[in-house]
Design a protein around this ligand. Structure first.
Ligand SMILES: *Cc1c(COP(=O)(O)O)cnc(C)c1O
Length: 417
């Protein structure tokens, strides 16, 4: 559920009329609902309450400070994937021991910073990475906790670009290698081999792949037990799917009911890393119609947001619901809804029945809260749009629109030209 609803024919975010926010900040812009974030977070918290998990929001899905602060205030930790995310997470005032760090390519600087900060866990994705963390920790005379991200070789039944849990993917450590590492823990006196981590993909709408992965985890834990390996944490990653179109994803409650028996059996402390489930439907991208173009073969509604603002359709063939923010009687015709970028991949919808809006009319690309702004770029020398948060009847710009000066910062013509 989310807090973007029509009242008297106009789209509202909570108690703010989207049109009023558009007048204030201009288009395009991202709009986030505080209440939706809170609602989604507490749904997971309640559903999994029996195992009291640490819920580490996957901040790569949305790293806006207002979003992070909202979740930190509710008790969330953060799942980070870079040194930049570490620094940004700490800006929320979150305790470092609620931060877990995944990434297949952690650098020496990132590892050093994370050890210094005192994060809870490194989710380690290869043997050479473990050796590097160990080398750095030894130099610093520290003993950080690590979990091995295992690759359970399970297909997640999602888009190829967001499946991560098979051996064709670069993520995680195969079970044989993981077992070898855990049996030779004595070789790594400066790390605590404390747990296992899995994350098999994103936008997974059914429980079957999760349960398959959990079965493999339980089997693996049994093997480890016989090896005399004792662990403290199981991090089950993120990946819970949401509704973009006609998906019927399991609710947090359904998912919990299916997974909890497995989690209880492990006897380990549970960490979760939801991203999209919390923030996906908590944000929209608002854009203005520039032109309706008809080339005699096809119609194109050209809007002022582009793939540089929201790349999901281009990158993942993603479907987003799109609605005029003021209900209209304009007749619906089949059209592509596209941006101004010089790429044929710059589209938000293809062959969609949509009202023939006029220049200046506003529309909302729904469910744009996850993997939206964070993937925005400056392609075509376009400043990234502002991010606005709504709470009740209040709204505030949480990140300013980038200006031309912002874009030119640090760029100079070499002296030899
Ligand atoms: C991306 C990612 C997540 C979050 O995935 P969602 O599908 O957004 O829930 C969690 N854990 C790791 C390691 C990730 O890379």
């Amino acid at each position: 559920m989310h807090d973007f609803k029509f009242k008297n024919g106009e789209l509202y975010c909570e108690d703010v009329r989207v049109r009023d926010a558009a007048v204030k900040v201009g288009t395009p812009f991202y709009l986030y609902s505080h209440n939706t974030l809170r609602d989604h977070f507490t749904k997971i918290q309640k559903a999994f309450a029996p195992v009291e998990p640490l819920i580490c929001f996957a901040m790569k899905s949305n790293d806006n400070l207002a979003v992070l602060k909202t979740l930190a205030n509710l008790g969330a930790g953060f799942d980070i994937v870079s040194g930049g995310e570490l620094k940004k997470a700490l800006r929320t005032g979150v305790s470092a021991d609620k931060i877990v760090f995944a990434s297949v390519g952690k650098t020496e600087e990132e590892i050093t910073d994370a050890i210094n900060a005192g994060i809870l866990l490194f989710n380690v994705e290869s043997l050479p990475e473990l050796e590097e963390i160990h080398r750095i920790a030894q130099k610093m005379n520290k003993k950080p906790k690590v979990a091995l991200r295992i690759n359970p070789d399970v297909k997640a039944l999602t888009h190829a670009k967001i499946t991560t849990g098979t051996l064709k993917n670069k993520f995680g450590i195969d079970l044989q290698t993981a077992r070898k590492i855990l049996r030779s823990a004595a070789k790594y006196p400066n790390v605590q081999l404390s747990g296992l981590h899995i994350h098999i993909g994103s936008q997974i709408t059914t429980r079957a792949p999760f349960l398959k992965a959990m079965t493999k985890v339980l089997e693996f834990l049994d093997v480890l037990k016989k090896d005399g390996v004792a662990l403290e944490y199981l991090d089950i990653g993120g990946g819970m799917g949401i509704i973009y179109k006609d998906e019927q994803p399991q609710t947090a409650q359904d998912f919990a009911e299916a997974v909890l028996p497995y989690l209880r059996k492990t006897g380990l402390k549970i960490i979760m890393e939801p991203g999209r489930f919390i923030v996906g439907n908590a944000g929209i991208l608002v854009s203005r119609v520039l032109y309706l173009k008809d080339n005699g073969f096809k119609k194109f509604l050209i809007v002022d947001a582009g793939m540089n603002d929201l790349i999901r359709p281009a990158l993942y063939d993603a479907y987003h619901e799109i609605v005029p923010i003021v209900e209209t009687k304009a007749r619906k015709v089949k059209m592509d809804i596209v941006g101004p970028i010089c790429e044929s991949a710059d589209f938000f919808a293809r062959d969609r029945m949509f009202p023939a809006l006029n220049n200046g009319d506003l529309l909302a690309v729904m469910s744009a809260g996850a993997y939206g702004y964070v993937m925005a770029s400056n392609y075509n020398v376009r400043g990234r749009p502002p991010e606005v948060m709504v709470k009740g009847d209040q709204f505030e710009v949480a990140k300013q629109r980038e200006t031309f000066d912002d874009l030119m910062r640090g760029e100079t013509v070499p002296s030899f030209l």
